[in-house]
Design a protein around this ligand. Sequence first.
Ligand SMILES: *Cc1c(COP(=O)(O)O)cnc(C)c1O
Length: 352
Amino acid sequence: MNTPYLEIDLAKIFSNTQKLVEMFGARNIDITGITKVALGEPKIANCLVSAGIVSIGESRIANIKRMRQAGVKATFTLIRTPSMTEIDDVVKYANASLNSELSIIAELSDSAIKQNKIHDVVLMVEMGDLREGILKKDLDETIDKTIQLKGVNLIGLGTNLACFSGVKPSKTNMDKLSLLAETYEKKYHIKFQIISGGNSANFEWLFANDDLGRINNVRLGESIFIGKETLSRKHIEGLHLNAITLVAGVIESKTKPSLPEGEVGQDAFGITTAFVDKGDMLRTILAIGKQDVHVPGLTPLSDVDIIGSSSDHLILDATRSPLRVGDQVRFSLDYAALLSCMTSPFVANSFV
Ligand SMILES: *Cc1c(COP(=O)(O)O)cnc(C)c1O
């Protein structure tokens, strides 16, 4: 296997998915499995499906198209509000989409009518995190107009918290969402199939409350792949933490000083670093860099320290456990590091 590569343990992803489906299922909450961190890789999507996921959510329509064309057996929801330029593809490849703009929903409806389809729509409500969402004061009008459109079917409400501003899912904001659902069901004589309460940050709320109101769905990515909830990045008991690891190869390993020689200015990325004199150290260079991975999200799985990186080089202090040219070093990844590696054309995938 050429380095660098991601080692993807499908058995661990399967086990994480199955446990989460059980845990949330016991509280009558369905999971939409979010594949965006995996670029909609069909092997990974199929793994989620075999572990009990029936609904897959993706932020990119190209990834939904990829999974559809590979024959992944699930319903697909586009979880980022569709762009004006991708409306026809959204209707063609996705069963549903999360939406926050009426003008987009109207386009989806027109396209669905043309394609002889009905496109399912979930309205996203702004509950304080200030990323996507319809303001509560505008929700009434949006629902009223959406249900008049012939090409779309309004199937539910959703919200997204803890993504942009870090606002916690709480009993207060979740109950508010339930109340909004009930208010508008009564007003418009409709029944929402899905009230989607959030993402991997909803874990604590789920287990801290007996009454979950109308919430019957969460959209989970990080907890499936990383094994953690996302409010305080706590390990979810029983889940694997390293279902996906990164392997990179050593291209230089030499004992060098820890202090640079000569006058020091900015580095390649415009940063001036203050180096500490630790005497001579075994400085080991791996053939991976900022272009491939979000370096702060890496944790070495052996007894070495990351000193720094440039576009194509990652520099380790391997004094305590010496490395030689050709050796391979393994890392644990956080969500940002995983996302960057998956997206780099220079990092391969190896499935075990
Ligand atoms: C990415 C995303 C999710 C999944 O979030 P995780 O923290 O990975 O569970 C859920 N909903 C939306 C709208 C998203 O963009």
